[in-house]
Design a protein. Structure first.
Length: 300
């Protein structure tokens, strides 16, 4: 089946890799995103990353990017974190400097695709995934229908389910969104609310054995994740819920308490497995490679 280029566009960096049909990363190039400098700069950075790989060996390019994505046409219908990204036909823009087909998908969706291909949930049919990082991403996969995109390319925006009615304002304009309480940044916000001090999530995790405020923030975080997992289980009835994202690096600190809260709150917790993602930093490029292989072979 050859090789493809998988690209993961993040808020701070663009990760581009040459990947074979087994999901093995053969070459890698990382460049800054420079999201605040606008679409032309970001596109130039994508071009630079591709050209630093053996790109002429690739039969296609797959791209994962934040926002609402019309994946059939490769259009970013909305994105808030890259200046000028909304309305961009990313597929056509990248095809201007490569001679192979380009395919575009939402970044949370490609993380799930990576896990479904060769990762944590490869043996499950129906999967819900959440990614915990700066924000809270979501993706849903069913055996019958594949990825859920929704009527307006906004399916699986799980971070914007309402967790606390009338709660904290979210960057999306709603109040009480799960993202405000379950993203990694919620730890920093919670600790600052209690103490007036601003610490990173990792610093808070490091303090839980000696700092009562850090412990309280962790317990609230685990509880909110428990409620979120319970809602996801009851709404979607999947075989498994996969939890990924940067926060998983601290799994030893928060995981058991999160699962314990889920088991406490859910009426039938044992019917759905809760598992950590296998891929962290590489999920995006591997998932992007998978969509490139699949779609180029199906002519999509």
């Amino acid at each position: 089946m050859g090789k493809v280029i998988g690209i993961d566009i993040g808020g701070t960096k663009i990760n581009a890799c040459l990947i074979d049909d087994k999901g093995e990363i053969l070459e890698r190039k990382e460049v800054p995103t420079n999201a605040n400098r606008g679409r032309e700069v970001v596109l130039e950075n994508i071009k630079s990353a591709i050209y630093d790989l053996s790109y002429k060996e690739a039969i296609a390019v797959g791209i994962g990017t934040p926002g609402f994505i019309d994946s059939e046409n490769g259009i970013v219908t909305f994105a808030g974190n890259i200046k000028g990204w909304t309305g961009l036909n990313l597929k056509e823009a990248v095809e201007e400097f490569v001679d192979v087909p380009v395919f575009v998908e939402n970044d949370a969706n490609i993380a799930l695709i990576a896990e479904k291909w060769i990762g944590a949930c490869k043996d499950y049919d129906n999967v819900v995934m959440i990614t915990l990082g700066t924000g809270l991403g979501g993706a849903i996969y069913t055996k019958e229908a594949g990825l859920l995109s929704g009527s307006h390319f906004q399916g699986a925006e799980l971070g914007h389910m309402i967790l606390h009615a009338g709660g904290d304002p979210c960057t999306c304009g709603q109040k009480g969104c799960a993202e405000s309480y379950c993203a990694g940044t919620a730890l920093t916000k919670g600790y600052k609310k209690l103490t007036g001090k601003e610490l990173s999530g990792q610093a808070i995790f490091d303090l839980v054995e000696t700092d009562n405020d850090a412990r309280k923030v962790l317990e609230d975080y685990q509880s909110d994740l428990g409620y979120l997992l319970t809602s996801l289980r009851n709404i979607f009835d999947p075989d498994v819920i996969v939890v990924g994202g940067g926060v998983i690096h601290a799994k030893d600190v928060f995981w058991d308490g999160m699962v314990s809260k889920y088991q406490e709150y859910c009426n039938k917790p044992s019917e759905v497995d809760i598992i950590p993602a296998k891929f962290l930093n590489n999920a995006g490029v591997i998932g992007a490679a998978k969509i490139a292989f699949e779609r180029v072979n199906h002519g999509k």
